[in-house]
Design a protein around this ligand. Structure first.
Ligand SMILES: Cc1cc2nc3c(=O)[nH]c(=O)nc-3n(C[C@H](O)[C@H](O)[C@H](O)COP(=O)(O)OP(=O)(O)OC[C@H]3O[C@@H](n4cnc5c(N)ncnc54)[C@H](O)[C@@H]3O)c2cc1C
Length: 498
């Protein structure tokens, strides 16, 4: 093939939820642009975006206690919770647009309504939860949140968790019925199917080995893993959506913005229960409090999941340490990510995060019985024979030098790193993750295509009515968006699962 034939407008590296979302947005904004996708695995959504590799929580800060912190004066800071809730509303609006435009169908195959709950034990934690409830329930974004510390009420809400509970420790929970369980794997596959229908070229079993700038274009060296050949493809714009693989690819691009950044991999596993008798006794995502020393992404939670037309329960995640950056990655990923420009940053993080590394290694060493003990803090009567282990995806947390934290500071959010000329962007980090994919990909669009934004604004507003405005400041728009997204995504009626 000549180079001309291999030239395209946009290349998306990786077939996870992020590339799927960016591709879907760009296809609506610029239908004539040619887009190619390169994915090293045989199918889309097989790494972190796969339904068994993440918890499927539609993160809207309805139940995650780490998004609301207690300030020194004892009041609750809800700013992060508001931000994340607004970001999830953006995802719901875009998904609704895709459903209403018949670009994807059967929303209940990827999103289901499910109460989101927070649950705590002990006087201090109960007092915190009550204050959190008081701060949030007044806010229109969290309308409908309920609180209870009455064991009889809790037995109604969470029978499985209350059954066999013998301690007299105070216990309390909040509940909000507008939460969701999202099958991000299913959504990713749907979006790529839609893109394929729109003539996006999907290249599976194609691993991107190198990226370099030539003649004002990005040239990718791509290994065809089926026949072993090496191909060269060029594009005006490249998105590195390789999940854990993004850092290495960003480093290969050589852009100065990608320097002095490192990655710290955190592995995870869940316990899963498919026993219908147990599953039938629980209907919620119930988030607890992180253990002292645990990273925020390992807050334990007990979730109802809707996967493969079946209801199951998921508990975890148990964090752990593995040097791989992808589940299908290499044991050398961490080592090969250390470069002369980030070695000081990485070493500083190594010293700073000694306690975290120790915690993660301890977690890896946990026996199944120890994990069951942690599960019994949620389900006192849990039986080992009902629970299996599922290995979850890898999360590569960003390490960078910051003013507040100094050299080698571990970040728990997502970061869009882009070249000054907007010709290439990478997504690093994994939290809140897939739930906020639309917001994060809009950030990529804003950073990389500023010259088009004005012309694209009407379409963006059509797809995402709250684009550019705060729903919190526009209660009428919030009410309308709530109503239309619930209807389009089928969130007010529940599909029956076995
Ligand atoms: C344990 C765990 C729990 C989570 N829970 C939640 C949750 O409850 N809610 C939520 O919203 N988010 C959650 N997340 C985060 C969420 O899963 C991720 O943020 C999201 O899936 C990342 O999508 P992605 O497209 O960036 O990456 P991925 O889905 O990992 O996709 C990247 C793709 O790039 C491919 N690739 C990599 N390198 C190359 C290369 N060189 N050439 C070609 N292809 C390449 C990979 O094979 C992969 O298919 C969780 C994550 C984990 C690990």
């Amino acid at each position: 093939m000549s180079n001309r034939e291999n030239q395209t407008d946009v290349i998306l590296i990786g077939a996870g939820i992020m590339s799927a979302t960016l591709g879907s947005l760009l296809k609506e904004l610029m239908p004539s642009w040619e887009i190619k996708v390169f994915e090293k695995l045989a199918k889309p959504g097989e790494e972190s975006s796969n339904e068994w590799n993440n918890a499927g929580t539609g993160h809207a800060a309805l139940c995650e206690l780490n998004y609301t912190t207690e300030k020194p004066d004892g009041s609750i800071d809800v700013s992060k919770a508001i931000k994340i809730n607004e970001q999830f509303q953006i995802s719901k609006q875009f998904w609704s647009y895709l459903v209403d435009s018949k670009l994807i169908s059967n929303p209940q195959d990827f999103i289901m309504p499910l109460p989101h709950m927070s649950m705590v034990q002990g006087e201090k934690n109960v007092a915190f939860l009550k204050k959190r409830f008081e701060a949030l329930s007044k806010n229109p974004l969290f309308r409908g949140m309920e609180y209870s510390d009455d064991p009889e009420q809790l037995k109604q809400w969470i029978p499985l968790i209350m059954e066999g509970r013998t301690t007299n420790e105070p216990i309390a929970a909040t509940k909000i019925d507008t939460g969701t369980d999202v099958n991000f794997g299913s959504l990713t596959r749907m979006l790529f199917k839609h893109l394929q229908n729109k003539n996006v070229e999907m290249n599976y079993n194609h691993s991107v080995a190198d990226i370099k700038r030539t003649n004002g274009l990005w040239e990718l060296k791509v290994r065809n893993l089926t026949n072993g050949t090496v191909e060269r493809h060029t594009a005006k714009f490249v998105f590195i959506g390789g999940g854990g693989g993004s850092l290495h690819l960003l480093q290969k691009s050589g852009i100065p913005e990608g320097k002095h950044i490192g990655g710290f991999p955190v592995s995870g596993l869940f316990m899963v229960c498919k026993n219908p008798e147990v599953v039938a006794k629980h209907h919620a995502k119930v988030y607890g409090k992180a253990k002292v020393g645990a990273p925020p992404m390992s807050v334990p939670h007990l979730d109802t999941r809707y996967i493969d037309n079946q209801k199951s329960l998921l508990f975890g995640p148990f964090a752990g340490f593995s040097p791989k950056f992808l589940k299908t990655g290499s044991m050398f990923d961490l080592l090969t990510s250390v470069k002369p420009h980030n070695v000081v940053t990485m070493l500083a993080a190594g010293v700073k995060e000694m306690a975290l590394t120790k915690y993660l290694i301890q977690q890896v060493m946990l026996s199944n019985e120890k994990r069951m003990e942690e599960l019994r803090e949620f389900i006192p009567n849990a039986k080992s024979e009902d629970w299996d282990i599922v290995i979850a995806g890898q999360r590569v947390q960003v390490i960078k030098d910051t003013e507040a934290g100094g050299k080698g500071t571990l970040q728990f959010g997502t970061e869009v790193v882009s070249a000054a000329d907007g010709s290439i962007a990478a997504l690093l980090g994994a939290s809140p993750g897939a739930s906020t994919a639309v917001h994060v990909m809009l950030e990529v669009i804003n950073k990389c295509f500023p010259q088009h934004i004005k012309a694209w604004e009407p379409k963006l507003k059509q797809m995402i009515p709250s684009y550019g405005v705060s729903l919190l400041d526009n209660p009428e728009l919030l009410r309308k968006v709530d109503e239309t997204t619930s209807q389009s995504l089928g969130l007010s009626t529940e599909k029956q699962y076995v």
